[in-house]
Design a protein around this ligand. Sequence first.
Ligand code: KPL
Length: 304
Amino acid sequence: MQTSGDTSRHDLTARPWHIVGAGRIGALAAFYLQRAGAQTIGVRPGSAHTRRLSIGFDQHEDGAGSHLALRVIPPSECASVSRLIVACKTPYTDAALARVSLTDDATVVRLQNGMGSLDGRITGHQRMIGAVTASAVMSETHDRLRVVAENATIFGGGERPAWFDALAAHWPQLSWARDIRPPQWRKLVVNAALNPLTAIHDVPNGALLERADLYADMTALIDEADTVLARLDPAWPADSHADVAAVVRATAANTSSMRADIQAGAITEIDAINGWLLRQAETLDLDLPTHRRVVAQIRQLEST
Ligand code: KPL
């Protein structure tokens, strides 16, 4: 007799999972999928050859080392993809997905910062699942990652798919939310308030609570974001200050991803974070002067 656990595992393992952007978080997703018995294939935008990634994982809780072996193929070889995790940085999404051919019933999990990078891409019977993670993975060397914080990860949007329970049994702190917008927006406000300021001033996250000028800008960014989100959804609590301060304290010594991008001379995710808020504000006829200013400053830094 088949149990619901068997059905869930069958649904998870019946078709391969493609992961676009096998960076740190993509590799973590591949690692948990493999632990759950699924076949995983990495997709590397911009590459023309197949290669084999071999990544060591140091897990912080018990110091135990684990290993991920992943075949990584170019997007041009991705025909008939029916399970896709999009974990690349948001500015590379269009280029990465341009040559990936999805089936009509494909499920796409968006495991990225910000909002909006897959808008208009999911059609007909395809399904998009939103995902937000607070887990943190650091690169120790090019083939060794350290899971520095195994925190909550939320997938969601509508009914829980059959495969979800089989994955959650192997992915610590993975849960399902019928409405994924509140967790996505909470992360969005944190990223919108923290990331540009730390990048512009080249400071670790904790500086935002220590320097009066940065604290004032952070407060303005939160207030403006809350104003937009409360207009989009009247149920939005409209006061994210405590949420943001808690993340700043918990990550005080960290370099935000946007600061790291600017330091590395890479394009940032500003367009999917503060840029998304500005686009929403425009449709609502709202002005967000502080977001406008930091977006312009980040664009300036990106172009120098
Ligand atoms: O998600 C982050 C990021 O850097 O993108 C935070 C939470 C701000 C941690 O640095």
